[in-house]
Every structure is written in C-alpha cells, then in structure tokens.
Design a protein around this ligand. Structure first.
Ligand code: NAP
Length: 254
C-alpha cells in the first residue's frame, strides 16, 4: 500500500461527485488515514456522512476566506494527529455571473473573490499547516487548463488558476528544503457542483472526446489515482509540477 498510515487532510468534498471525494477514496484504498474539512457549519451535515462512509477520523470547519478558521483547523489537526503527511486543496469559487460572457466585465469584487478563495487559500493553508508538515509531506492542488489558454466562459477562474499554479511553484521552493513537495493536478473537465456553474460546460466535454489523444473524458478515479502517485514516495523527486490528467488534451495544437 503506497500510503500506509499517512495522514491526509482533504478539503473540497461537497458530495460524492467532488474530485476531492475520489481523491479521498483512492488515498484510503492505499492505506491513508483521512480527515475532512468543510466550509461553514451549514455544510457540516453534508460532509459528516461522506467522511463516515470513507472512514474519516474527524471533520473540521475551514472556510478558507477566514484566516482564523484556517489556523483553528491547523490547531485541531495538531491536537488530533500531531502532524500531517498529505494536504489536498480542492477548493475554488467564482460568482456565476463571472463564469459567462466577456471576461472584460469582471468586477473588482468578483476578481478578488475568485483569487482569494481559489488561489490565495493554498498559500494561507501552507502557512498555517507548515509547522505540522512531516518531512516528505505532499501538498497538492487542483487546477485546470483554462489557466494556460483561453477557455470560453472560464474567465476569471482561468486567471485564478494561473495564480494558483504560480503559487504552487513558489511554495515548492519555500518548502523544498524540508523535503515537502507541492504540486498540482490539472484535471480535464468533470461534472461536479463547481463545474455546473460554468456556461457551456457540455461543449467543453464534447471537445475532449473529439480532440484529445485518448478520445474520452477522464473519470474522477483517474484523478484519484494521480493524486495517490503525487502523495506517495513514488513522486518524491517531483515538486512544483503541474501534472495533466486530461486525456492528453493539453498537448494538442490544431
Ligand atoms: P466541487 O465538488 O463543487 O468542489 C469545490 C469545493 O470547493 C466544494 O467543496 C466547495 O464547498 C469548496 N469551497 C468553495 N468555497 C470555499 C471556501 N470559501 N472555503 C472552503 N471551501 C470552499 O467541485 P470540484 O469540481 O470537485 O472542484 C474541486 C477542485 O477541482 C476545484 O479547485 C476545481 O477548480 C478543480 N477542478 C475541477 C474541474 C472540473 O471539471 N470539475 C477540472 C479541473 C479542476 P461548497 O460547495 O460546500 O461551497
């Protein structure tokens, strides 16, 4: 088992279609111990049964827009586990109105919100959890190709994902001397709550089937398996990297 006994804090489980759910499931299959965070009390009821189903040891509130709550989550993890081996950041948010139409119309508030929740949150989490990270711990975030190229309607989230990916590289340098690795998985499109907010999402899915080398969309399980690799010692020489799990779509020119 690749992750035997490793302690993994998983963010971003909203339901059983969430990418984080698949990541948690795959980590569990490889022997990891799990804990889950949720944003705000209202969501506790949704996350608790999923945590139980996946054998989670505890759940902890962590709305990433609140630095105190992130610190409290780190304190809870410290009290329960003492340290942590795997941090999974699977969090993103932009206003629905900013995920359609012209990017130029993004408001200052919409831009700031998308950046804060979707990009800065990784930095804030790394800050708060740094003292708890075991040597050779693995931190990973979820990103999307709209950071690199223009994807219609992805708009401000593309900009936020570009910031997230750059943050992965800078964090990898800061945490590298401790042998802590920071990477991101750039996942192909998957039907989830978050992606349902993106206008024309079905067109993106059909484009992959037509143009990606593997001629199929990826599955949640494909991402889970890649996450196990990044979390495990098999990837101990890899940091600051963006690993594409997208049926090869990103390599295509025309
Ligand atoms: P999801 O199931 O809707 O997960 C998104 C999660 O972010 C939810 O659990 C959501 O919680 C959480 N979140 C939003 N605001 C938050 C806050 N302030 N504090 C803490 N958590 C917050 O959708 P998903 O597609 O699995 O998304 C997971 C990650 O994968 C995201 O980073 C997304 O951009 C990325 N990704 C998705 C795709 C795709 O096609 N689906 C492709 C590439 C990358 P609530 O729902 O409870 O608010």
């Amino acid at each position: 088992m690749l992750l035997e006994g490793k302690k993994a804090l998983i963010t971003g489980v909203a339901n059983n279609k969430s990418i984080a759910y698949a990541v948690a499931q795959a980590c569990k299959e490889h022997g990891a111990r799990l804990a889950f965070s949720y944003p705000g009390e209202a969501l506790q009821k949704r996350v608790e049964p999923l945590s139980e189903e996946l054998g989670g040891e505890f759940v902890v509130p962590m709305d990433v827009t609140d630095s105190n709550e992130i610190q409290q989550a780190a304190d809870t993890v410290a009290a329960k586990w003492g340290n942590v081996d795997i941090l999974v950041h699977a969090i993103a948010f932009a206003h629905r109105d900013d995920l359609k139409g012209r990017f130029i119309e993004t408001s200052r508030e919409g831009f700031t919100t998308a950046m804060d929740v979707s990009a800065y949150s990784l930095v804030a989490m790394c800050q708060a959890f740094e003292p708890l990270l075991n040597p050779e711990a693995s931190i990973m975030a979820l990103t999307y190709y709209g950071s690199q190229k223009v994807v219609p309607n992805y708009n401000v989230m593309g900009v936020a994902k570009a910031a997230l990916e750059a943050s992965v590289r800078y964090l990898a340098v800061d945490l590298g001397p401790k042998q802590v690795r920071v990477n991101a998985i750039s996942a192909g499109p998957l039907k989830t709550l978050a992606s349902s907010g993106i206008s024309g999402f079905k067109t993106i899915l059909s484009q992959i089937e037509q143009r990606a080398p593997l001629q199929r969309n990826i599955s949640q399980e494909d991402v889970g398996n890649a996450a196990v690799y990044l979390a495990s010692d098999l990837a101990r020489g890899t940091t600051g990297e963006i690993l594409y799990v997208d049926s090869g779509y990103n390599i295509m020119g025309l």
